[in-house]
Design a protein around this ligand. Sequence first.
Ligand code: COA
Length: 336
Amino acid sequence: MKKMMIRGTGRYLPERVVTNDDLSQWMDTSDEWIRQRTGIEERRWIPEEGNVGAADLGLEATKIALDRAGWTPEDLDLIIFATLSPDINFPGSGCLLQSKLGLKSTPALDIRQQCTGFLYGMEIADAYIKSGYANRILFVGSEVHSTGLDISTRGRDVTVIFGDGAGAVCLEGVETDENVGILATSLHAQGDYADALMLEAPASRLSPRLTKEMFDDARIYPTMDGRNVFKLAVKRLPEVSQVVLDKAGLTIEDIDMVIPHQANLRINQFFQKSMNLPDEKIFNNIQKYGNTTAGSIPIALDEVIEQKLIPEKKATVLFAGLGAGVTWGAIIYRFG
Ligand code: COA
């Protein structure tokens, strides 16, 4: 039976570091508040000049992932691009990346599952591989949040959390009887919570789609019911992780590393405690990058591999996340 194997990973974070102290020059916040509530120390933003988009960050991450896989762009059967901050409204960033890779007809699919983009993307890629529709797939999760944030005090609860960045993963179907690849998945969405974290305008359901009042009323910036999102995350992450463990017939002791979405260090600390995980079995890098949404899990995975934090062979990893939608889920993956 065909199993989906990770062949290469890459990440790209823009060079411009924005510290908590930098933010406090523009809004009423402080390094102490941000560290205490979120664990974030700094994040990366794209340069002020140059019109850098999600596809540009994705391209840099992709070059590294392709190189590690030993692939050229022409080897790809499909590109899956996850972002909530596409370069332009349409066409999708997947098409823009495909062009930047010099490809002329490779299919490109954009998905909009926000912080769970990697989880949905992995399951979609696995389904394509198992059905025989594609065998070599590139997944990219990439975000440019910085150009869409309210950097005044009005937007401080959201703005301090988010950062720009991209992660890329090369995925390949391999015929094997070994118990490797995706061992279990559990994905969910509950649109009842759509307004817990959303960006409302411009919107096709509004007529006109964009007005000066929308700027003045800050409806062009993301809004978040932070407490509600926090409560949902600390409940659902352990719940859905237990579901995938049960499905795979594993216990948490069988997992070499938990790689959660990086939304808030405190959320991940609650999650760690609920799962009874020692410090060395859960990975966090939100301190350096903030929340890079669809980029977060693949960036973290790339760092876990680079820092050799998991065994070289047969490492079993649990990915979990919750984000806007709300969408949430978990995946257990075993390396070959
Ligand atoms: N700096 C300083 N003060 C801030 C602030 C900031 N950046 N943002 C909000 N505050 C203020 C609030 O205005 C409020 O002031 P008040 O008490 O005078 O009204 C006070 O801090 C407490 O706000 P509250 O929203 O209750 O704080 P909190 O403890 O819930 O922390 C979050 C806020 C956003 C850090 C937290 O709710 C959170 O992380 N939630 C999850 C968000 C998330 O994960 N989002 C991404 C999902 S993928």
